[in-house]
Design a protein around this ligand. Structure first.
Ligand code: GDG
Length: 477
């Protein structure tokens, strides 16, 4: 049976408990455990005299091999290029990019160094699954080292339209390297369309086949590859269960008591400018300003753990939100009610699930998001007898599936305020209908479904004769 090799920037090491690791890490670990596998990536550590060889750990049938980054690599590859250029580019924030040739060089060099090490770990039958924007060039680097294995890539964040991508010096090389994969998976059909357009109009490539359902076969740079839509999901059943338990936890009880019967609106995001948090705060302010009946009756709680604090744009966002919170609370608070509770801390998954369940409204308004799992977690956490309503940005990948949400334009704060009002006064029957339609989708498109679909598609690609019927996807059942 083929061995699975997963590559991601951060590796969820065995010591990371499931509660901390999150749904994706748990799902990938399960696959590796079932097939026997290798998880390869950055250790999360910075070391200026790194060993050229990866550090290894083994647990059960899974090998973990991780490399440190030097200070220079961490700055160039991780902070400046991956998170300072690719992240804003893919989220359509061209104004936030400061291109530096040295960072691009560092990005390519780290990919080459990781390929050097990974190539020596590989067996001829391994199926390799590489995750996210940090490692776009990795397959091309492996191919340069003679690796012929099936290699798949999954992009967790949006793939930008060709006009946007072309703003990145080096975009031609990036797309050429992307075409070294056998399967490129995206969250939505829009992402597939964006890459296809680029291939047709910027790279003189061709579309060899098109299912019309977000699945195309393209020819470019002398290779053929499949580009498909694989919307990521959550462990819906598990989330529903921990939310039901979490509803009785000490934390949820304390939250409930502190609200004294007021409706709760909840937002949960890494503190990231792609998530539209300032616009969301403005929208809540607008709601209180334009509809006084909600004053003193609704509390908005935004949980926003600090993320990428070393990147200047993230520090700026933090200052902006500190000021906005102060302004809204200063303007509307009463001696017995504070409208905005803003928390820069993270919570255990089950606590979060309990909070979701208690919230009358889930407010998820990213300006652009590959998928957005918080929207799905909010829905899965609801009490079927009395579910809350979801207000969701039309620019989140999740909006393609969660049609029962109130979809909003996240730039239009008055529109969000109207949707918030509608959600807060929505009759039970309508909430139930909307929730059932969304839950129906989430029960089918789970994280296991996503993983199995992707691996089955990768397995079917570039399968040279004589390799045998080593069905990875089936083994994951
Ligand atoms: C990228 C893409 C795509 C947040 N705060 C706490 C906490 N979280 C968890 C949430 C959720 C996860 O973090 C965030 O996932 P999202 O999907 O919302 O967003 P990104 O981090 O930007 O993820 C995104 C995703 O990759 C997967 O492909 O959907 O579009 O940008 O699971 O629950 N978890 C805990 N405490 C917190 O305080 N335990």
């Amino acid at each position: 049976m083929a061995r699975l090799v997963v590559v991601s920037n951060r590796v969820a090491m065995p010591r990371d408990r499931a509660g901390r690791a999150g749904g994706l890490a748990v799902a990938l670990r399960e696959s590796l455990q079932q097939h026997g596998g290798l998880w390869f990536g950055w250790s999360g550590e910075i070391n200026d005299a790194p060993s050229p060889e990866p550090r290894r750990t083994r647990q059960g049938r899974v090998d973990y091999a991780v490399l440190d980054l030097t200070t220079e690599e961490h700055k160039g590859f991780y902070l400046e290029f991956s998170n300072g250029m690719l992240w804003p580019l893919c989220h359509y924030r061209l104004g936030l990019i400061e291109f530096r040739r040295s960072a691009w060089d560092s990005y390519l060099a780290v990919n080459a160094r990781f390929a050097d090490q990974l190539a020596t770990e590989l067996r001829p039958d391994d199926v390799i699954w590489i995750h996210d924007y940090h490692f776009i060039p990795l397959a091309a680097e492996l191919r340069r080292r003679g690796v012929q294995n099936r290699i798949g890539f999954f992009m967790h964040i949006p793939f930008p339209a060709p006009e946007v991508l072309a703003a990145l010096p080096g975009h031609e090389r990036l797309v050429r390297d992307l075409c070294a994969y056998d399967l490129v998976g995206f969250q939505t059909r829009g992402d597939v369309r964006a890459l296809t357009e680029y291939i047709l109009h910027e790279a003189e490539g061709t579309v060899i086949g098109n299912s019309g359902e977000g699945d195309v076969r393209i020819g470019a740079f002398g290779r053929e590859l499949r580009v498909g839509t694989f919307p990521i999901g959550i462990d819906t059943q598990d989330f529903a269960e921990i939310a039901a338990e979490g509803a009785n936890s000490d934390e949820t009880q304390r939250l409930t008591e502190s609200l004294a019967g007021r409706a709760l609106v909840v937002g949960v995001d890494r503190l990231d400018y792609s998530k539209g948090i300032p616009q969301r705060f403005e929208a809540f302010q607008h709601l209180l300003g334009s509809r006084p009946e909600h004053r003193g009756k609704v509390t908005f709680m935004q949980i926003a753990p600090i993320s990428r604090g070393e990147v200047a744009q993230y520090r700026k966002l933090r200052n902006e939100l500190d000021a906005l919170t102060g302004r809204i609370n200063g303007k509307f608070a009463e001696f017995d009610w504070v409208p905005v509770r803003y928390l820069n801390k993270s919570f255990a998954r089950n606590t979060l699930a309990g909070f979701y369940r208690h919230a009358r409204v889930g407010l998820v308004t990213p300006l652009r998001d590959g998928m957005n799992l918080v929207a799905k977690e909010y829905v899965a956490s609801q009490d079927p007898a009395d579910p809350g309503a979801l207000v969701l940005s039309r620019f989140a990948g999740a909006a393609r599936e969660l049609k029962g949400a109130l979809l909003v334009n996240p730039y239009d704060t008055e529109h969000i305020a109207d949707a918030l009002h509608r959600a807060l006064v929505m009759p039970l029957e309508e909430r139930r209908q909307r929730w059932e339609s969304m839950m129906g989708v989430l029960k089918v498109n789970t994280i296991s479904h996503w993983r199995e679909n992707y691996l089955a598609a990768l397995q079917a690609e570039g399968n040279p004769a004589g390799r045998g019927d080593d069905n990875l996807a089936g083994a994951a059942d």
